[in-house]
Design a binder for this molecule. Structure first.
Ligand SMILES: [Fe+2]
Length: 191
């Protein structure tokens, strides 16, 4: 097999947005991510299909980007009707709890509902939605090195346990599945 290469990190992640200017206002004016690049075209370069679009790139301090497409269909970042709203999200990292709380206040001052701070033991996070229905998280690392080392040691065993439980749950009646896997209130508010 051809040898692998080092994948260094995130360059960009891209979503559909309802409106380019509304999205710019949210990310640049409220969150403080500078608009770094715009690509406009009538055709998608990779596939050649006709789809007039405006592609926006917002830049993080590490030089990676969060990107959006406005394709003039006035639809947001939601992927499907049956997807629980807490699943797809994008987490941005800050250094301190003070910065998490500053962003919470800044968002709330802008009239945006914010959930948290939620303690995940290794990170502390707040959650909110952008104007496109995309769930966002701002988080700070609060883990100790020991905690993360222990977590890594346990990860494969925990996954194996999940796989076993999932297989067992698949044999139960469908109404039990829903309780286990989907939209329980405790689960939604925790993430
Ligand atoms: Fe997350």
């Amino acid at each position: 097999m051809t040898k692998t290469v080092t994948l260094k990190g995130l360059n960009h992640v891209a979503w559909r947005c309802i409106d380019a200017e509304q999205t710019r206002h949210f990310y640049e004016d409220i969150l403080g991510l500078p608009l770094a690049h715009i690509v406009k075209s009538d055709h998608v370069p990779s596939t050649g299909e006709y789809a007039p679009y405006c592609h926006l790139f917002f830049e993080f301090a590490d030089n990676s980007y969060l990107a959006f497409f406005d394709i003039r269909d006035n639809k947001g970042a939601t992927l499907s009707e049956d997807m629980p709203r807490w699943i797809h999200h994008f987490a941005m990292e800050v250094d301190t709890m003070e910065e998490v709380l500053t962003m919470k206040k800044r968002l709330e001052d802008a009239g945006i509902e914010v959930l948290g701070v939620t303690d995940h033991h290794f990170i502390q996070s707040i959650y909110f939605f952008d104007p496109n229905g995309l769930r966002l998280e701002i988080t700070m690392r609060s883990e100790t090195r020991e905690y993360m080392e222990e977590a890594k040691q346990k990860a494969h065993a925990q996954l194996a346990e999940w796989n076993k439980d999932k297989k067992a749950a698949a044999k139960l009646p469908p109404e039990t599945h829903r309780e286990n896997f989907c939209t329980g209130r405790a689960v939604s508010s925790a993430f």
